[in-house]
Ligand binder design. Structure first.
Ligand code: CO
Length: 291
């Protein structure tokens, strides 16, 4: 007996968006899609060969109530924050940051040979953890395990597990899974995602189909939201396929969203904005020590 396959229920082509100090990116989903992707809030895809599209970057700005997950596929991003972290995220590195009660940081892409490419995904925190102590995880590409597939592909496990290998990001209550999946031409792969979890895929390159949706391949830059089931079955086209697969347990909580701050109520947003004006937003502050 085969397990229930998850099929695509909606596709998101990504809309051109200007963010930060003038970065041109493609936004797959955001506040207009709440609660479809619960517990995820936003997905931005970078991807430009023109430095004018990204060099303006994301100068100092606050976050509260969420985790931001930045994955640089190609290029370099300099960062710094009020927890005292600073450094560079480059080619295959992941920054997984829990803003908790409040962090102020900057993220500045540097001039890149070829295409500057990558993602930022926002993961919501449950109400009881929104004002938790901020935490920073910087993962170099060497710390992210790679599991070979049967026919020449590879799965990079950032969070969750594949083939018995667990990713380095653990201990998050919505149990997020974050996999970078690369399949060889015509390769098939089954990825278990427990029923009840929200799951989506984002096409990084190449193309392929998912079970229950043989009509049209998922192309690069496109995001597919899956319906419920137990397994995501991918089938790469002849040229192979690379995609991000993310899943997590939905929170089913009210969302109050103002820019980079996502809370549960308008009152909590008002408090955050008042604290920003008064210089009381950041609860934990450490000086930056250069890496
Ligand atoms: Co930010």
């Amino acid at each position: 007996m085969s397990e229930t396959l998850r099929s695509i229920v909606r596709r998101f082509p990504g809309r051109p968006t200007l963010e930060g100090a003038g970065v041109r990116l493609r936004r797959s989903f955001s506040n207009a899609e709440v609660p479809l992707f619960d517990p995820f809030l936003l997905l931005d895809r970078f991807g430009s060969g023109n430095p004018e599209d990204y060099l303006a970057g994301f100068p100092w700005h606050p976050h509260r109530g969420i985790e931001t997950i930045t994955y640089v596929l190609n290029g370099r991003v300099e960062h710094g924050d009020t927890l005292g972290n600073s450094g560079v995220i480059a080619n295959g590195d992941v920054q997984w940051m829990n803003s908790g009660s409040g962090i102020v940081h900057q993220e500045m892409p540097k001039r890149t040979e070829g295409t500057f490419d990558g993602f930022q995904l926002w993961l919501n925190r449950p109400a009881r953890e929104k004002m938790s102590t901020p935490a920073y995880r910087g993962l170099s590409q060497r710390e992210i395990p790679r599991v070979p597939t049967e026919r020449g592909g590879e799965v990079k496990v950032v969070a969750g597990a594949y083939g018995g290998t667990e990713g380095p990001v653990r201990g998050i209550s919505v149990e997020p899974e974050y996999l970078d999946v690369r399949l060889a031409g015509d390769e098939r792969l089954e990825l278990p995602v427990p029923p009840g979890r929200t799951a989506f895929a984002h096409g990084i390159g190449g193309g392929g189909t998912f079970a229950g949706d043989d009509a049209r391949p998922l192309g690069a830059g496109e995001t597919a939201l899956f319906g419920d089931g137990a397994v995501v079955r991918a089938r790469a086209g002849p040229e192979g396929m690379r995609f991000l697969l993310a899943s997590g347990r939905p929170l089913h909580e009210p969302v109050a969203w103002y820019g980079p701050i996502v809370m549960n109520t308008q009152d909590e947003l008002s408090t955050a904005l008042l604290e920003l004006r008064r210089g009381e937003f950041v609860k934990e502050r450490r000086p930056i020590v250069e890496e």
